[in-house]
Design a protein around this ligand. Structure first.
Ligand SMILES: Cc1cc2nc3c(=O)[nH]c(=O)nc-3n(C[C@H](O)[C@H](O)[C@H](O)COP(=O)(O)OP(=O)(O)OC[C@H]3O[C@@H](n4cnc5c(N)ncnc54)[C@H](O)[C@@H]3O)c2cc1C
Length: 278
């Protein structure tokens, strides 16, 4: 027979999924003067790795029942509402966008502060925060663990499988170099996931309709009682000091087959031999 504790867990489990809206991958452009990403007028999409976090949350809900509530939180411009709606179309329950000029210019530490303040204020007691391993634009992979630090909870990174959620504990597998590591932790916990964890689904018609009708509140710094000194550029301990494209310093060797194909082939073979490649 199932233990009472297990039943309690089945009835109440609050999951938060962090979703970032990023420029569509073929639209990423940098402003080399300011060191920031050009986001205005650029097509955007849900950070692809966050789709795996969304899918995992929805699978947990499907397994443990309707008592599981999934809240999506994104910090970004007003159009990040689209990203939150995409998550709702895939099976999440509700969502918020942290949107305020005071958040602008936040580095990862400041972003993590705002997201953690949002979680505390909008969700209250929660059991699990799921996020992607990294965002395809900023790509630091810092935000998840930093949110965990602000919330003062255990952090499991590179999670490739959630095996069990039971009696306030979570057992998971982490992808590590050369294999996998099986770990157990108490909850609440922050989990960042890797692609191996699942195959994200496509939204169905019911999901799309739910997303269309969903109200996604825009939430200000004041709404989440955030300490303004920790927000935006002023609250950011890091600065992008320079951004540049790597320069190719090697001159290379040009071999033309135009007038002397045989000589070109011999030249190339000699080059490969010199390098010990053949
Ligand atoms: C000095 C400075 C100024 C900056 N100014 C700006 C700015 O004005 N505007 C701007 O957009 N960016 C700005 N950035 C970049 C911004 O800090 C990062 O985009 C952001 O902190 C996320 O970092 P990342 O992309 O490396 O995410 P990662 O750490 O790689 O993301 C890991 C996971 O965390 C979650 N996550 C990350 N960011 C968010 C989010 N915003 N909402 C919800 N979940 C999230 C997602 O689940 C994601 O998969 C600035 C950076 C610096 C250093």
């Amino acid at each position: 027979m199932e233990s009472v504790v297990n039943i309690v867990w089945r009835i109440k489990l609050k999951i938060v999924v962090l979703v970032k809206q990023v420029p569509a991958t073929d639209h990423v452009k940098m402003d080399e003067e300011t060191g920031t990403m050009i986001r205005d007028g650029v097509a955007s999409e849900v950070n692809s790795l966050d789709l795996y976090a969304i899918e995992e949350a929805v699978r947990i809900k499907e397994k443990l029942g309707d008592g599981v509530e999934i809240t999506v939180i994104s910090m970004g411009p007003k159009k990040a509402v689209e990203a939150v709606k995409s998550a709702i179309a895939l099976g999440c329950d509700k969502g918020y966008v942290l949107n305020d000029k005071k958040f602008a210019g936040s580095d990862t530490w400041s972003t993590a502060y705002a997201l953690s303040a949002g979680i505390k204020s909008l969700v209250g007691d929660f059991d699990m925060v799921l996020c992607g391993e990294r965002a395809t634009d900023g790509e630091t992979g810092q935000v998840g663990p930093e949110v965990g630090a602000y919330l003062d909870i255990p952090v499991l990174t590179y999670v490739s499988k959630i095996e069990q959620i039971h009696e306030g504990k979570l057992i998971a597998q982490r992808a590590i170099e050369g294999g996998h590591e099986r770990v157990e932790t108490r909850m609440p916990v922050l989990v960042s996931v890797v692609k191996e964890i699942n195959d994200p689904r496509m939204p169905n018609f019911k999901g799309k309709m739910k997303a269309k009708n969903a109200e996604i509140p825009l939430v200000t710094a004041e709404d989440i009682h955030a300490d303004e000194t920790k927000l935006g550029l002023k609250g950011s301990p890091t600065r992008v000091v320079k951004i540049f494209r790597p320069r190719v310093t090697r001159k290379g060797r040009v071999v033309s087959a135009k007038d002397d194909p045989e000589g070109a082939v011999n030249g190339l073979m000699g080059f490969f031999k010199d390098k010990g490649m053949i």
